[in-house]
Every structure is written in C-alpha cells, then in structure tokens.
Design a protein around this ligand. Structure first.
Ligand code: MN
Length: 539
C-alpha cells in the first residue's frame, strides 16, 4: 500500500508519524520548507512541492513513490486542503482519497472536499485512533470494487453457489445493490434449487426474487459476471468453467487460483455477508429492511448463531445490521412451517431405521427432494441413545441416478466428514464437517446389472458400507479397529486429529495429516440451513 500525504498540519503530521511506523511506502509533500525540514528530522520522508498543482504532485509522486494507492490531504488550512483534494483527484483518479477539512472549514469548502474525496474527515473526527482503519486496505479495496463495478458492461449476473444458502443469496443481493449504485444493472442468479423450507421461507419473506438458471439458460444476455460465496466458475455453480469473471467475493479458502478483475477472499471471517456488509458501510449504502435482515440471517446461519468460526468482524457487521433489520421477519424465517412431504420423509426415515450401537442408518428409497434427507438426519438425531445419523435416498436405480447422503453427529468425538470420505470417497464425492457431512454417489458404481432388486441391493450396500466404516458392521470383530473402553463402537481413527490416541489409530494406510476435520471451506460444506457437507466435486 503506497500512501501520499499532501499538506502536513497537525493532523497530517500525526498521521504521517503513524504511517512511518508501518514501514510501508510513504511520501509527504508540503509547500512549506520549514515544515518539510521538521518532518525529516522525525525521519518522515518529506519533500517540498506545490500541493495544489496536479502536474507537480503527480511528477513528484511518480519519481519517489511509484503508483499511488492512497492519498491523504492533511493540512490545517481549509481553502488549501480543498485545492489539494481537487488536485489529488485530478492527479490520481483511481486512488483512495481521504481528505481532512482543516480547522473551521466554510460550508462551501466542506462540500467541495466531499465532492472529490472518498472519505472526508472533519475536525472532530480527526484523531488517529478514528482513522487507523480507514487509510488501511479497507478504503483502498472498497474504492477498487466500486471502480471495477463502474467499468463493467451490464447487466451484471451476480451468481450464488449451487442450491444457495442464506449467506450466498443475501451476499448476492448486497453486491447487486452496490453494483446498481455504481450504475450497473445487476441480476442475482443461481443454479440448482432453493429447496430447504427455511431457505424458501427466507426468499419468500424477504421478497427476494433471484433468477434460476439452468444448462439451457442464455448467458449471452449478461455483460459480465460476479461470484459470491464461492470463487470459481463451473465449480459449485453451473457456469461454463471458462466464463470470464469480473468480481469474486468469498470467505472460503480457495483450492485453486482464482481469476477475476476484483478478488476479495478473506477466509478469516465467518460469512460472505460480513464482507458485503463492510462494503455497504464503507460506501455509505444503507441496506433496506430486507437486505439487512437477509445479511444478518446469512451471518447467523454461517456462524451457527455466532458459535462457529466467528470473527470480530462478523459481530461488528451483525451489530450494524441489527439497526436496519426486521427481527419479527427473522423469527418467521427461523421457525418455518414444515411441508407434508418433509413430515412424510421424516416418518419414513423413522420407520426404516436400522440402529447399531449408537449409529442410525435409514434409507428413504427413491426421493424427489434431497433436502428432506438433511432434515430427517437432523430430526433422527433426537432419538435417545443415537449419536450418529446417516440418511440416504436415490433419484432412481439406472446408471444416471445418484445416491444422496446426509449425515449428522452429536456428542461424539467422531469426525463424520472424514468417516464419509473414507467410506465413499472412492465411489463418489463425500465429506463435510465433523458433525455434519454428506455424499453424492453414482448408482452405477454401487450395484451391477445382475441385481434382481436393484433398490434393495443399493440400500444394502450403502448401509453396510457406512456401518463398516464406523466399525459397527457385523464383521467388526475382524476389522483392525474397534471400540476403546470408554468409547462405544465407533472407530477411533475418525476422531478429529489431535484427539486420536496412538493405540487407537486406524490401519497403517491411514495416512491423513491433521487439519482435515471440519469444513475445509468447500462452499457446500457450509452448515447453512439445509445444505449438507456435500463436498465440492472438484476436490
Ligand atoms: Mn458462506
């Protein structure tokens, strides 16, 4: 981050001293030779220059600093600061410009500064404490986002990940809103479906109308593309992988290089909604009721009500959103009514359950709505003495058909994502968190054509494979690992790394390193309302 300070009064000097400590490229220009001398005595790189002359400022900066990313106008005299701000804007149209009004500015000076600066600092706010964050990455990043958005050809498709969750949907609407303030028409899009009832309640109550895309959709009508809550076209969305993407904003660590004009990947926050809330705040775009409520809900779901992977930024964003959000709507989203189909599915899951020790497996047979699996897996965890649920169903028994699995664990040290990867990773995609995981398996890999009752064969093979993986199969005595004293029946090797004990380790081929426990940031593995830990098939 290169910073140029124009004019160095009380405020500018204090700021320059602060910046000096950061040891990042810094240049101070001031028209007063005495002041420049004083600054140099304090080891601040200062030069004498006419700060109100754009040409002179640009030349000096090019020689001594290179590309200028942030400009701070920091003199004491309001009229001079106004001129310096105007010349800075002219000299560096792309830089983030923070301008101090000076002491006792006239309303005209104040307005003029406001017209050219990205952020105006008034006398009362001019403490370095208040400014610390603003001259940082944040201001620069926000300015770049707006600049990139302004340069885009519309309409902009803001694409959420497949089967979007509240975080993805709200983030998409927030970015669309920001794009519109930058003069670009934007449309929120997604592939897959919004099927979990909580997610449906979410879009209905908040009056969101995202556009559903499928393989046949005409993408040529869009001028540009943005991705939120995931980072690569064609991976967890239905876009062609070669799609040129302009903007990516996501909180999942990427698994491969991300290409876009503007990329904001910050995996140290709990939700993409947190990042978008930051942009709204920085840009002074006030969210309406629905947007604020949605973003707040997105943060709550992704952080499991501020308990999982939550960062101070998430809490700050939530605090900001609360003043605009509609808490009554939030309550209605959180306790949606259950559809008869879901009730039926849960009833079937209870009927068909097989329980061995504390592990429950249930097959729903042929299913239409895969989200019912997740809800059944959740509900069945309430059964007494059950610590692990594994519910599955299939879309058919032909070669094209798929088996969907939803699994949950509670009160065990089992790493469910790891267990599923082990049991089914070779057959299809599997994985997720320690307590919430999922899998998608091609039916063709599990049964052969000779089976007279393919549905029954499918049920048997998936059921046994999971029981086996957890060491509670009928042939468990023959497996290398079995219950350890205080632990009921579940293979020790799936305890999260670090909690595993030497003698409880799995067979010799268990070569996994630590850290493959929960999440790993695959968008789908977000424990969002209704999404399982189905892995990113690209993994
Ligand atoms: Mn998310």
């Amino acid at each position: 981050m290169t910073r140029l300070v124009l004019g160095c009064g009380t405020f500018g000097r204090r700021l320059a001293l602060e910046l000096r400590e950061r040891r990042e490229p810094l240049l101070v220009l001031d028209r007063d030779a005495g002041r420049v001398e004083g600054l140099r005595d304090e080891s601040i790189p200062a030069q004498q220059a006419e700060t109100t002359d754009p040409g002179a400022v640009r030349r000096r900066a090019a020689d001594l600093l290179g590309e200028v990313e942030t400009v701070v106008v920091g003199g004491d005299d309001p009229a001079e600061n106004r001129e310096a701000a105007e010349s800075a804007r002219e000299a560096f149209p792309e830089a983030f410009l923070l301008a101090y009004t000076g002491s006792h500015p006239s309303p005209a000076d104040r307005t003029a500064v406001g017209e050219v600066a990205d952020e105006v600092v008034d006398e009362g706010m001019a403490t370095t404490e208040a400014l610390r964050g603003r001259i940082d990455e944040t201001g620069y990043r926000t300015r770049r986002l707006r600049r990139v958005l302004r340069s885009l050809e519309g309409p902009l498709a803001v694409v959420a990940h497949d089967n979007p969750d509240p975080d993805a949907i709200s983030s998409a609407f927030a970015l669309a809103r920001i794009a519109e303030t930058a003069g670009v028409e934007a449309e929120v899009c997604y592939y897959g479906e919004i099927s979990h009832q909580e997610n449906r309640a979410f879009v209905n109550l908040l009056d969101y109308e995202p556009t559903e895309l499928d393989a046949d959709s005409d993408l040529d009508r869009f001028g540009s593309f943005a991705l939120v809550d995931h980072s690569r076209p064609g991976v967890n969305d239905g876009l062609p992988p070669e799609t040129e993407v302009s903007v990516v904003i996501d909180h999942h660590p990427p698994r491969a290089p991300v290409e876009a004009v503007f990329v904001d990947l910050r995996s140290n926050v709990g939700a993409t909604s947190t990042l978008l809330t930051g942009y709204l705040q920085d840009l002074g775009v006030e969210p309406d009721h629905d947007l604020a409520t949605g973003l707040l809900f997105g943060i709550r779901v992704d952080t499991d009500d501020f308990s999982r992977e939550v960062a101070p930024e998430d809490l700050r964003a939530a605090a900001y959103l609360l003043s605009f959000a509609d808490t009554a709507t939030l309550e209605r989203i959180e306790s949606p009514s259950m559809s008869p189909e879901t009730m039926d599915a849960i009833a079937t899951a209870i009927d068909n359950r097989q329980v061995r020790e504390e592990v429950l497996v249930s097959c729903l047979g042929e299913i239409r709505d895969r989200d019912t699996l997740a809800q059944a897996a959740d509900r069945l965890l309430d059964i007494e003495d059950v610590a692990v649920t594994f519910v599955f169903g299939f879309t058919g028994v032909d070669d094209e058909a798929v088996v969907y699995v939803s699994a949950r664990a509670r009160g065990t040290e089992l790493d469910l994502g790891e267990a599923l990867r082990d049991a089914f990773g070779q057959v299809g995609s599997a994985g997720g968190h320690a307590d919430m995981a999922g899998a998608q398996l091609p039916v063709g890999m599990l049964i052969d054509e000779a089976d007279t009752d393919p549905a029954a064969a499918l049920e048997a093979v998936v059921t046994e494979r999971f029981f086996d993986a957890l060491g509670v199969g009928p042939n468990r005595a023959a497996t290398a690992v079995y219950a350890r004293g205080d632990y009921i029946g579940i293979t020790e090797k799936y305890r999260p790394a670090g909690e595993r004990t030497e003698d409880g380790r799995g067979p010799a081929d268990d070569s996994r390193g630590p850290g493959n426990g929960s999440g790993e940031g695959s968008p789908d593995a977000d424990a969002g309302a209704g999404t399982d830990g189905d892995t990113d098939t690209d993994a």
